[in-house]
Design a protein around this ligand. Structure first.
Ligand code: ADP
Length: 221
């Protein structure tokens, strides 16, 4: 019996979890914790045409490619989603990279905006699960950005100025969580992940398993 359950677990199809939030809500902190606590979740590494910044590692931060290579990927429809940044660099999520994880039962986590999430949902509707995080208040959001200490006041104000546009897409997401308490939010997301792993479409071993059950019934009659 245990052997069957074990086998079922091994033939699970992974899911693609997209988490989005207005800057400062806690998305980065939460993603890092989810990855640290569950080795079955992998982070999706994007392709980019921009040059590596100091300390960035190929295959860890990004896959750095030339414009020509990027165009080839586009022509082959090799991306789940792609975007041209306003600064001229281009970014994309390679299907092959993501599929290599989900086909062996590992889940993939994406740090992606609503536009990317929309493209992903269109291309892989059964595999994509989207989660939107909201701050408890705008005052608290500003406080978190200031406390984080990574942005100048000018950048913080810039982030705050696009918040309405960001928040307006909240209802395109499957799950919405207000990130009041960090630990509680992480627990909630872990529960979402557990539930999503049990969906019938992800338990790809079930067909064979039920067939065996049916045979067992037939043979015992
Ligand atoms: P984002 O990636 O969404 O821009 P960060 O993960 O960098 O946000 O979080 C912004 C700041 O808020 C960080 O200093 C982080 O430690 C803090 N933070 C995250 N979640 C909470 C929370 N629930 N309560 C208080 N502070 C939080």
């Amino acid at each position: 019996m245990d052997e069957i359950i074990d086998r079922l677990k091994k033939v699970r199809k992974g899911a693609m979890f997209i988490i989005e939030a207005p800057s400062g809500t806690g998305k980065g902190t939460i993603c890092k914790e989810l990855l640290r606590r569950d080795p079955n979740i992998k982070f999706s590494v994007s392709v980019t045409t921009r040059k590596p910044r100091e300390g960035e590692v190929e295959g860890v931060d990004y896959f750095f490619v030339s414009d020509q290579q990027y165009d080839e990927f586009l022509a082959q429809d090799a991306f789940y989603e792609h975007v041209d940044s306003q600064y001229g660099s281009r970014y994309g999520t390679l299907r092959s990279e993501v599929d290599s994880f989900i086909n062996v039962g590992q889940d993939v986590l994406f740090d992606m905006d609503w536009a990317g999430a929309r493209q992903m949902r269109q291309k892989a509707p059964d595999d994509v699960v989207t989660i939107y995080l909201l701050p408890p208040s705008i005052k608290e959001l500003r406080k978190r950005l200031i406390n984080r200490g990574t942005d100048s006041m000018e950048v913080i104000e810039q982030r705050m100025s696009i918040i309405l546009d960001k928040i307006s897409h909240w209802d395109e997401f499957d799950y919405v969580i207000v990130n009041v308490n960090l630990e509680e939010t992480i627990t909630k997301i872990q529960k979402i992940i557990s539930g999503e792993r049990m969906r019938r479409v992800r338990q790809v071993g079930l067909k064979g398993f039920v067939k065996e059950l049916v045979n067992e019934v037939k043979n015992s009659n």
